[in-house]
Structures are given as structure tokens and as C-alpha cells.
Design a protein around this ligand. Structure first.
Ligand SMILES: Cc1ncc(COP(=O)(O)O)c(C=O)c1O
Length: 430
């Protein structure tokens, strides 16, 4: 590919002198798949064009927000219109009510929404609110779950199950990491043990109900129900982090798919239509713990930014009115069947609607991070660049999921699945 990407290489070289590692978010670096990042200059629908004039079908879709594809005309028009009326007010406007209404129409079990600028902010605030309301300090998260880049969530499990966590990142004080307890996914005994030892101090359990940041580790419904029951029994809150899964499988949350109602839901990505937004959704009795009514502080110069909210409103209205979900499910199924038709025993994918994780191994699909077969990572790394050269842009890591959008065509989806199956065989025999 090197000879096809001269301008990308030049820009990355320049970027590494000005920006740490050349990237503004580490997942964009190509460290895991080798090589250096592609630089893009335009995107529309399912397509990307890079600075060297190469075109790609994009299966990353900005890591999930773009369920309608890049630059959907209704979103772009809403942004243009909003921008002409002011880029930021730092004051109240009607868009805030419209977005809150749309979100609550889709998540009718809840009563209020607070909007901020990112998923990280949403989770950070939800956990602060949980601690403020319960007057407890500890939070349980799951190994392999990602909830943003603030101190308390950048942790890994300590040496024993009920021990306090260590940080994954330097710069996080041990005292802060220690307020998070980490359990393996799909493990009832581990969570029971934590509650046995620390029950009265646990403010909240936070989980991606559809964990999609370390592969796609689909949980058993019974496990999510267990978390509902155990938190209720101990007076802790259950928070579903739906920054990825919210509005991805239906006009609403994944909690509705499984029929389990958490105490609060965090949202991001899709509700911003490609612009920076995050939100917490919950019942008024909890949400009113936030300032200015309550004592839990959260604020933001650009929170509820009118341009971002216009994008979110346009995307959510389109999802509600045009409901692309059945078609996305069909596209996903087509991907699976085409991949399987390739005949390679490792040509498989874990899939939930339009979220696809190529699981390139013949073993059982994992439900926890330590059950992921190393072979899938090795195979993914081998096929990454051959697929990129053929014009398929995938997230540059074996642990990341692919996103289909309403803008993808059947031919594009079968094209990727077919090419993936062929590359598996070719690179294995090479
Ligand atoms: C489940 C989940 N929670 C929180 C976040 C953080 O969101 P953001 O990157 O918008 O800060 C992410 C980001 O990928 C996520 O997937």
C-alpha cells in the first residue's frame, strides 16, 4: 500500500512532530495492525476518500455514531441551518427540549435527560451522581468494558476478585483507581463475592449491556438480570452504558431488547449524529440530584451546543421516521452468510444487528475478554492491510467492532465478507 499512500505518510510524519504519536485519540494509531494511519479528506454515505485520492468503503463509521452513514443530507442540512443561527449560545435554547423529548420518547421508562459533550462525560457524571445519591464510594465495572477515559474507569482488575483495582494508565492516583472494583463478565460468583465483602459501600455497577469495546462479548440475559437483582438487593444503582448500543439496534436502548430496566442509561455517539454529544437518562428522583437542583455538580461551556444538538435531532428524527433497523439486520445477516459461504472454518463473526465483530476462530464465541482466542487477533492482523488495499476500511484493531450504516449497499457488505473469506485462506497459505 505504501506506494498508494505517499501523502498520508507525509502527513503522518509531520503530525508525529506536532501531536503526540501523531494522533488525537490512540485508537486511530495503526500500532496493532502495523503501518501508519490513512489520512482522509472527504466522506459521504458509506465511502471515504483519502488524501491520495484512494476510495474506501468505511466499516468503522467514526466508531459508531454514523448509523445513517457519513454526511447524511438531513443531518448536514440541520447543522448548516443551526450554524447560521449561532455556533454556541452558552444559554438555553429550544433544541435542548427537542432532543430531550426525542430521547425520552425512545426511552419512555425514564423521565429526564442531561446532555453533555461526550460519552466520557456522561459516564463520569452518572457515576458521580450515583455516588452522591447513595453516599457510597465504590463502583463495580467489568473487565473488558470501556466507559471513557476518566481516572476511575481506566482500571484493570487487582490480584484478587474483591480487591480494589489498579490503574491501566499512569497518572491515575491509586486512591482513585481503588474506588473501582473489577469483575470478569459473565461471572456471577465474582460479583456476589464483591457484594459480600463490600456490599454496603457499592454505589453502582456499570456495564455495557452489550459489551462492544473488546470484541463483541454478548452477555446472557440471565446475567444482566442477576446484576439487576443483586444491585437492587444491596441498594446500589445499575447503570447501563449504552454509548454504543443506544439507538443502534432499535429506536431506543438495548435494555429494551433484553427487557431489563437499569436505574440510569448513558448515551453518546448516535444521539449526536456525528457531532460531540453525550447524555445521561434516568428517573427524575435520581436526575434531580444534579446541580442546580441537587448537590452533584456537572457543567459545560459547550454542553447542549445548538449545532451538535441539531445534528442529533436530525439523526434521531430520521431513525424514528424511517426506521432503518430491519434493513440493517438484513445487511448484517447477509454479511454472516456470505462470510460462511467462503468455507473457511474461522470465517465467522459475532453479530448483533449492525454491529459486527469478525471472530476469526472456530471455537465458541467468547462472553468474556479472557476467553478471546489469540488466533483471531493474529488472523485479523494478517488480513487488515490486504483488505485496506482493496478499499475496505476497518477499525485498525482486532478488538474493535465494525459498524454497518443505512448507507451501505448489499454489494458493499457482501464485497467485504467475500474478500475477508478469501484473504483468510490466502494469508494462511502465504
Ligand atoms: C460504551 C462506551 N462508553 C463510553 C465511551 C466514551 O465515549 P467518548 O469517546 O464519546 O468519550 C465509549 C467510547 O467509545 C464507549 O464505547
Amino acid at each position: 500500500m505504501n506506494d498508494k499512500l505517499p501523502r498520508s505518510h507525509q502527513l503522518f510524519h509531520e503530525a508525529t512532530r506536532l501531536i503526540p504519536g501523531g494522533v488525537n485519540s490512540p485508537v486511530r494509531a495503526f500500532g496493532k495492525v502495523g503501518g501508519t494511519p490513512v489520512y482522509f479528506r472527504t466522506a459521504a454515505g458509506s465511502r471515504f476518500e483519502d488524501v491520495d485520492g484512494n476510495t474506501y468503503i468505511d466499516f468503522c463509521q467514526s466508531w459508531g455514531p454514523l448509523i445513517l452513514g457519513h454526511s447524511h443530507p438531513c443531518v448536514v442540512e440541520a447543522v448548516r441551518d443551526a450554524a447560521q443561527r449561532g455556533l454556541s449560545y452558552g444559554a438555553c435554547h429550544e433544541g435542548e427540549i427537542r432532543l430531550a423529548r426525542l430521547i425520552l420518547e425512545a426511552l419512555p421508562e425514564f423521565e429526564q435527560v442531561r446532555v453533555m459533550n461526550s460519552g466520557t462525560e456522561a459516564v463520569m457524571t452518572a457515576l458521580r451522581l450515583a455516588r452522591g445519591i447513595t453516599s457510597r464510594n465504590l463502583v463495580i465495572k467489568f473487565s473488558g468494558g470501556y466507559h471513557g477515559h476518566f481516572d476511575g474507569m481506566l482500571v484493570k482488575a487487582g490480584s484478587g476478585l474483591a480487591t480494589h483495582a489498579l490503574s491501566d494508565s499512569s497518572g491515575v492516583p491509586a486512591d482513585i483507581a481503588g474506588t473501582t472494583l473489577v469483575a470478569p463478565l459473565d461471572d456471577v460468583a465474582a460479583v456476589e463475592e464483591i457484594f459480600r465483602v463490600h456490599g454496603g459501600d457499592v454505589a453502582a455497577v456499570i456495564i455495557e449491556p452489550l459489551p462492544a469495546n473488546n470484541g463483541l462479548l454478548v452477555q446472557r440475559r440471565e446475567y444482566l438480570q442477576f446484576l439487576r437483582d443483586v444491585t437492587a438487593a444491596h441498594g446500589s444503582l445499575l447503570i447501563f452504558d449504552e454509548v454504543i448500543s443506544g439507538f443502534r439496534l432499535r429506536f431506543g436502548g438495548y435494555y429494551q431488547e433484553v427487557g431489563i430496566r437499569p436505574d440510569m442509561v448513558t448515551l453518546g455517539k448516535i444521539i449526536g449524529g456525528g457531532m460531540p454529544v453525550g447524555a445521561i437518562v434516568g428517573p427524575a428522583r435520581l436526575m434531580e440530584g444534579l446541580a442546580p437542583l441537587g448537590k452533584v455538580y456537572q457543567a459545560g461551556t459547550l454542553s447542549g451546543n445548538p449545532v451538535s444538538l441539531a445534528a442529533g435531532i436530525a439523526q434521531l428524527e430520521t431513525l424514528r421516521d424511517e426506521s432503518p433497523y430491519a434493513r440493517l439486520e438484513q445487511l448484517g445477516r447477509l454479511f454472516e452468510t456470505t462470510l460462511a459461504a467462503g468455507g473457511h472454518p474461522a470465517a465467522r463473526a459475532v453479530r448483533m444487528g449492525s454491529i459486527i465483530w469478525p471472530y476469526l476462530d472456530s471455537g465458541a464465541f467468547p462472553r468474556r475478554d479472557d476467553a478471546i482466542a489469540p488466533a483471531t487477533v493474529e488472523r485479523f492482523n494478517r488480513i487488515y492491510w490486504p483488505l485496506l488495499i482493496q478499499g475496505y476500511y476497518l477499525p485498525p484493531s482486532a478488538y474493535e467492532v465494525l459498524f454497518l450504516s443505512a448507507a451501505h449497499s448489499e454489494a458493499e457488505v457482501t464485497g467485504l465478507a467475500g474478500a475477508l473469506a478469501v484473504e483468510l485462506v490466502r494469508t494462511e497459505n502465504a
